[in-house]
Ligand binder design. Structure first.
Ligand SMILES: Nc1nc2c(ncn2[C@@H]2O[C@H](COP(=O)(O)OP(=O)(O)OP(=O)(O)O)[C@@H](O)[C@H]2O)c(=O)[nH]1
Ligand SMILES: [Mg+2]
Length: 373
């Protein structure tokens, strides 16, 4: 199915059902009093995270989403049926923006997370509700409130731990296919990969038997991608949520570009897209090591990278060289970055707690003065 990472949809929650105006009567008892019931609540619209999906294509082919209206109240005190809620399944990492205000409505970050984006209308009240000692035959009722209508722009930023960035033909897809169960298209011409591909990489050598991370292979980049050359920058957003970017460089492509220049060009392209992305933790991966002659001078090839303080690994996806070391290192970096995030989260919590304490202390002293304590 076509990979879609941006689309527009319209959603509408159900209207609240109107209340009923009705009077009960029976044979020989024509005036038993009001018995109009309330309407039902309108159905709400929810976005539900689904880790089985990794494209917005489902939303691309269907644009209108409406939850059911609440039913009208009935006579005999019957309440109308509530409208059925509508769940829209979306891939994890989907963001919804309101088209009119441009503001983000919500972001679905976990599998099974259910977020209400349009709340159903409130139900209307039947005339039974308006009876009072002095108002025995009320004809008042309420209609219920209308549902909410929203035009949304949906954007997907895939959630992966590691992103592969590289020139076309560098061997990104071959690497993904040799370390995960993903089967991206591989060929010896540029721009074989046209859409991002995800793969789950398991790292069996780590003590924790469940150790794994998600890697994303995105279409090849070329110099000037920020000006729209090649496939442009379109897919770089899928690297934004990764913890580390693996720069896949073919060191035997000297005729076209030297390895260090290739790295710098790629990094500049990432930086031109977003400074944060350019500054993300990096690991340089020299691919196709099986092509090196026995006396190949790796030291002088790797020297400029080492001078820059860059971490470097050599692999061959075809001959399965260096893949275990790469998997293990990437996994370690992902853990380190996650720990850093946790630490900064705890720090921000501690500082905000400290601020709260300070605030409480100030208010407490005011109270203390009042009570003379
Ligand atoms: N000898 C050798 N060839 C490789 C290796 N990895 C990839 N290749 C070859 O390099 C070519 C390009 O590989 P891909 O994996 O399609 O490259 P890519 O980076 O995904 O390319 P795009 O999708 O165009 O960006 C293919 O012909 C692969 O067979 C390797 O480790 N050794
Ligand atoms: Mg590819």
């Amino acid at each position: 199915m076509k990979f879609i990472d941006e689309t527009e949809i319209s959603v509408r929650s159900g209207h609240g059902g109107p209340g009923m105006v009705s009077f009960a009567s029976a044979k020989f008892a024509p005036k038993l009093g009001p018995d109009g019931g309330d309407g039902g609540f309108g159905g709400s619209v929810y976005l539900v995270g689904n880790s089985q999906l990794n494209s917005l294509s489902g939303l691309y082919y269907r644009r209108m989403y409406a939850a059911e209206d609440g039913a009208r109240g009935g006579s005999n005190g019957c309440t109308g049926r509530n409208g059925v809620d509508l769940d829209i399944p979306v891939p994890v990492g989907t963001m919804a923006f309101d088209q009119t205000t441009g503001k983000m409505v919500c972001e679905v970050m976990e599998d099974g997370q259910r977020i209400c984006i349009a709340e159903g209308g409130r139900r209307g009240l039947g005339n039974m509700r308006y009876v009072s000692a002095t108002h025995q035959a009320p004809e008042e009722f309420t209609k219920g409130t209308p549902g909410v209508e929203l035009d949304l722009r949906m954007e997907l930023k895939l959630i992966a731990d590691v992103g592969f960035a590289g020139f076309p033909n560098a061997g990104k897809s071959t690497l993904l296919s040799s370390i995960s169960a993903a089967r991206p298209k591989i060929a010896d011409y540029p721009f074989t990969t046209l859409t991002p591909q995800l793969g789950v990489v398991s790292v069996p050598e780590i003590d924790n038997w469940a150790a794994s991370f998600v890697a994303a292979d995105i279409p090849g980049l070329i110099e000037g991608a920020s000006e729209g050359r090649g496939l442009g920058h379109e897919f770089l957003r899928h690297l934004e949520r990764t913890k580390v970017v693996a720069y896949i460089i073919d060191p035997f492509n000297w005729d076209e570009i030297a390895p260090m220049d290739a790295y710098e060009t790629l990094r500049n392209e990432l930086e031109a897209f977003s400074t944060k992305l350019g500054q993300k933790r990096a690991l340089v991966v020299l691919s196709k090591a099986d092509l090196a002659p026995l006396d190949f001078d790796w030291v002088s090839l790797e020297e400029p990278f080492r001078e820059e303080g860059l971490e470097l690994l050599r692999i061959s996806s075809v001959a399965h060289l260096g893949l275990s070391a790469l998997k293990r290192r990437l996994w370690q970096i992902v853990q380190e970055e996650k720990d850093k995030l946790d630490v900064s989260l705890v720090e921000s919590l501690v500082t905000s707690r400290a601020r709260d304490d300070e605030y409480q202390w100030v208010t407490r002293t005011n109270e203390d003065m009042e009570f003379g304590i």
